[in-house]
Design a protein around this ligand. Structure first.
Ligand code: GN1
Ligand code: MG
Length: 381
């Protein structure tokens, strides 16, 4: 019987006593009152640590997935560098550094992570209160704010010179993804390949087009900058006015192309259905949401984006959605070793829903590209 490694929502159970003991290694203000699971991340196990007093902050506490993050010290170092840079910018602009950027909570020994006896890595940051999060962009106004938020995030980091550790080599690099894909298809470890010729062809039919784009990144025609790399809408905190408060989930901050952030946001914001919708009729790309996000994003980034970045902005939505089709399908063929799943078919369902979104983007691509051209011209006048 095929046994998936990850169970939802926690891939290996954790005893509450252990949780408290591990959380106590961190330099928490006040006394721990309670620790509860939080959110539905596919990769890490996330908890909220509530403290007793009203004045003491609560904390976001995570067991990082060691199968995926092989260098948690490197990752936490990156996060610290990026949040330091952001905080300097926020201070200069008169903002609130405790709410507009993440604050890493070190251990009592001053380390940015704690390694437990089983070799698992844990990290903590301040929990930012009074914010709103969304699983879907339910209005163009929200999408516009989201675009501004990621645009500002990239803009604040655009002069960051300190190098980041490449903790996820090849993360949004389709050439690397194809090498994993080819290997997994060759091995077909759980015998699923035989029923998937249609889905495999979805990936293969677009291989050349995607590699052609990535060649521009490899040659430097499309530059590399500090980017987030996981800009789903639920990785953003909004304030009550509907503006972006803080960009969270910084595990994947890396040097990559800004197009990955734009593309991943479009994969998430514009989807009229769920990422794993079983009813494909629900899934389409919403052009109004695309335009609203693009406006907000370009207003913040037009001053530093280069012509090749603008030219491929709309394409990046297809690129990242395609990559996600490949990653979900590859994980399904591999026997579900990467993403947490809710059922044995979950990764296949995700593949089909993301493919439907991709085809909807392909159908509307000329209009997407035309809008980016028109709006960036308008802003440059
Ligand atoms: C993962 O951790 P989470 O749920 O924010 C994944 C992203 C995928 C996303 C799919 C490190 O993000 O790359 O796009 O799931 N993160 C990693 O929803 O692989
Ligand atoms: Mg997340």
């Amino acid at each position: 019987m095929h046994k998936p490694y990850y169970l939802y929502p926690i891939y290996r159970p954790i005893m509450t006593d252990n949780l408290i003991a591990i959380a106590s290694k961190f330099s928490i203000e006040g006394k721990i009152a309670d620790i509860k699971p939080l959110g539905e991340g596919f990769i890490n196990d996330t908890f909220i640590v509530k403290t007793e007093g009203d004045k003491d902050p609560d904390y976001l506490f995570q067991r990082k997935n060691k199968n995926i993050f092989k260098d948690v010290p490197g990752m936490m170092g990156n996060i610290q560098k990026v949040t330091d840079h952001l905080k300097a910018k926020i201070t200069a602009a008169g903002g609130d550094i405790m709410r507009e950027a993440l604050t890493v909570t070190p251990t009592n020994n001053g380390e940015l992570y704690y390694k437990d006896e089983e070799g698992d890595f844990w990290a903590m940051c301040l929990f930012i209160k009074d914010n709103l999060t969304y699983e879907a962009a339910d209005s163009p106004e929200l999408a516009y704010s989201g675009g501004k938020g990621i645009g500002k995030f990239q803009s604040m980091l655009s002069d960051m010179k300190e190098p980041l550790v490449d903790i996820l080599p090849g993360f949004h690099n389709i050439r690397f993804r194809f090498s994993q894909w080819d290997e997994i298809l060759k091995n077909d470890p759980v015998g699923r390949k035989k029923d998937l010729s249609k889905e495999i062809a979805w990936v293969e039919d677009r291989r050349e087009e995607m590699l052609e784009f990535w060649t521009l990144v490899e040659s430097g025609t499309i530059p590399t900058r500090v980017t987030h790399n996981d800009t789903k809408i639920n990785n953003i905190l909004f304030d009550k006015k509907g503006d972006v408060l803080c960009v969270i989930d910084l595990d994947t901050v890396l040097n990559s192309t800004v197009l990955n952030d734009f593309g991943d946001a479009m994969r998430s914001y514009t989807n009229t259905g769920l990422e794993d919708d079983e009813n494909l009729d629900n899934v389409n790309m919403d052009m109004e949401i695309f335009k609203a996000y693009t406006k907000g994003y370009l207003e913040e980034t037009i001053s530093f984006l280069s012509p090749p970045e603008l030219e491929y902005l709309a394409f990046s939505a297809k690129y990242i959605t395609y990559e996600q089709v490949l990653r979900f399908l590859m994980d399904y063929i591999d026997g579900d070793n990467y993403y947490k799943i809710k059922s044995l078919e979950h990764n296949l369902i995700r593949t089909q829903a993301q493919y439907k979104l991709l085809t909807s983007m392909e159908e509307q691509f000329d209009e997407m590209k035309g809008f980016v051209e028109q709006y960036s011209k308008q802003l440059s006048l």
